[in-house]
Design a protein around this ligand. Structure first.
Ligand code: MF3
Ligand code: CO
Length: 255
């Protein structure tokens, strides 16, 4: 597996991740009651361009489908890959998953976060907090000598006892020149299994956790994944570098 990046590639990925993190933070700050998800996406388009980067989502191909938006915006029961719409206004009580993946100087940075708008059902607030903490549990396992299954297992064993549904149809991934590189990083799995983690690997870890059943279906747009039971879903993602020691989160906004 050619997943070990050179020092120059690592700095390029780090720059791209910094932009992805700044754009995501900007969208988080711009999202409140009354804005349409289309307008959020347009703000993402403009901000990505301001940084001299490109959206890695726009025109992304999967089979015959071409992704038409610049960011992924997924509301409530939408899990991932939602498309901003002029007829979808953000409302009190919604949760909005914002996913920003950019290409800067030929390298990818990828991150996502789910935010609550106004007053949200406490069960759903907990879902967001638990999903974010699941991501942190996974990140803690990003150390040389560990395996991908250690990340997967840390996420699964944190989430499982809480009774949520872990989405199995999408996985985290390596990042480099393209958005989805090896290794795949499922959000469930056995300790000590899967590819060995080595310094220089850049990994996008992204638990997608449903309040109810883990089952999904797709909307007619061919992209938006929604929960089969229409209950809400949360998504948190960071791009993380395997170093000689502690994990380094590349998509953290620096203060
Ligand atoms: N962060 C998302 C992912 O890893 C970005 C998807 S863009 C899309 O799947 F074009 F595929 F929607
Ligand atoms: Co991703």
């Amino acid at each position: 597996m050619k997943a070990i990046r050179s020092d120059s590639e690592i700095s390029a990925i780090a720059e791209s991740c910094e932009i992805a993190a700044l754009v995501l933070q900007y969208l988080v700050d711009s999202t409140s009651e009354g804005i349409t998800t289309y307008d959020i996406d347009q703000l993402g388009k403009e901000k990505i361009a301001e940084y001299g980067a490109k959206s890695a989502c726009y025109n992304y191909r999967h089979g015959a489908n071409i992704f038409p938006a610049y960011t992924c915006i997924s509301v409530n029961e939408e899990i991932v890959h939602g498309i901003g719409r002029i007829d979808r206004t953000v409302q009190n009580g919604d949760i909005i998953s914002l996913d920003v993946c950019v290409n800067y100087n030929g390298y990818i940075g990828d991150n996502a976060r789910t935010i609550a708008i106004g007053s949200v059902d406490p069960k759903i607030e907990n879902l967001l907090e638990d999903t974010q903490n699941a991501l942190l549990k996974g990140i803690e396992r990003v150390r040389p000598g560990n395996r991908v299954g250690d990340i997967s297992n840390a996420i699964e064993s944190f989430i499982q006892p809480k009774g949520y549904g872990i989405v199995r149809d999408f996985v985290g991934h390596g990042v480099g020149k393209t958005m989805h590189e090896l290794p795949q990083i499922p959000n469930f799995g056995k300790k000590g299994t899967g590819p060995l983690l080595k310094p220089g690997m850049a990994l996008a870890i992204e638990p997608m956790i449903n309040l109810g059943s883990p089952n999904i279906r797709f909307l007619e747009d061919g992209w938006t994944a929604v929960t089969a039971d229409k209950q809400p879903s949360a998504h948190f993602e960071h791009t993380v570098l395997v170093t000689d020691g502690d994990p380094k989160i590349l998509t953290k906004v620096k203060n």
